[in-house]
Design a protein around this ligand. Structure first.
Ligand SMILES: *[C@@H]1O[C@H](CO)[C@@H](O)[C@H](O)[C@H]1NC(C)=O
Length: 259
């Protein structure tokens, strides 16, 4: 049985390989950020993040499989950081975090060479909760917590005290909110929620300013509850509808202190 399944999967993938598309997995494509992913150090860092996203079941529940080309740093005004699965108290997350994207290149290369040409690109940042109201019963999932758009600019990050940073940083002087930041507020007795950040780029490679749609509702990202047997609606549907592909991700856990 498992042999058959493997065989069928192999057959299903081969036409895609034949077309020489970038890494694809079902519908979502991974953008090759100017060769950054071809860089060995970057690939290793990206694969490490991919593994953590799989372990937390963010891949494939929230997003289709992808290898992050960049790392995403989120730092709240409370000084707390997202660290790919750390647990933070809701009261530390009240105001929108500052976001930066980093080239996971080795520390000896501080010249931003791999991402300089991307410095003026437009990125979309999103924050979603797939565990609303709880991971066991995600009937409101996904909950849209934030959508913001910004143009990044590159600078060397060699001298900052940012623990997530090394090499090269893409910072945002301004992020325009498409959906205002809603602080994580996990209800009582609903366990740990995953709060997942994504950075998206335009699938067609444009560096023009992006203006993605605003979901009509935070619940289900405006798509309504899934039909029987369908996947939960959320950031994946919205990104696809807006021609966006993920290039970076990060996540935290947070829970109500009353459990
Ligand atoms: C590229 O994709 C973006 C985001 O979906 C869209 O706004 C833009 O119009 C597209 N540009 C072209 C040339 O298709």
């Amino acid at each position: 049985m498992s042999f058959l399944r493997l065989f069928v999967t192999g057959l299903a993938l081969s036409p895609v390989r034949g077309l020489k598309l970038p890494h694809t997995h079902s519908q979502q494509q991974v953008l090759d950020v100017d060769g950054a992913i071809a860089d060995t150090a970057a690939t290793n860092a990206g694969e490490k993040i991919q593994k953590l996203l799989k372990k937390a079941e963010i891949i494939p529940t929230v997003i289709d499989d992808f290898v992050p080309a960049l790392t995403l740093a989120a730092k709240w005004p409370s000084d707390e950081h997202a660290k790919l699965g750390n647990t933070l108290k809701p009261n530390k997350l009240q105001d929108a975090p500052s976001i930066s994207l980093h080239s996971p290149s080795d520390k000896s290369n501080n010249e931003c060479s791999t991402i300089d040409s991307q410095s003026k690109a437009s990125y979309v940042i999103a924050l979603t909760d797939p565990d609303a109201p709880s991971r066991d019963d995600p009937k409101w999932s996904e909950m849209c917590h934030w959508i913001a758009v910004g143009r990044a600019s590159a600078s060397s990050n060699a001298n900052t005290d940012d623990p997530d940073g090394n090499g090269c940083v893409l910072g945002f002087s301004d992020l325009d909110e498409v959906m205002p930041y809603k602080a994580p507020g996990p209800p009582e007795k609903t366990g740990k929620h995953r709060y997942v950040f994504f950075a998206f780029r335009a699938k067609n490679g444009t560096t023009d300013a992006l203006s993605p749609s605003k979901p009509e509702d935070r619940q289900h990202w405006g798509y309504g509850p899934p039909e029987d047997g369908q996947k939960t609606h959320g950031v994946r549907d919205w990104a696809q509808d807006n021609g966006l592909v993920p290039v970076a991700a990060n996540f935290i856990y947070s829970k109500n202190k009353k459990q």
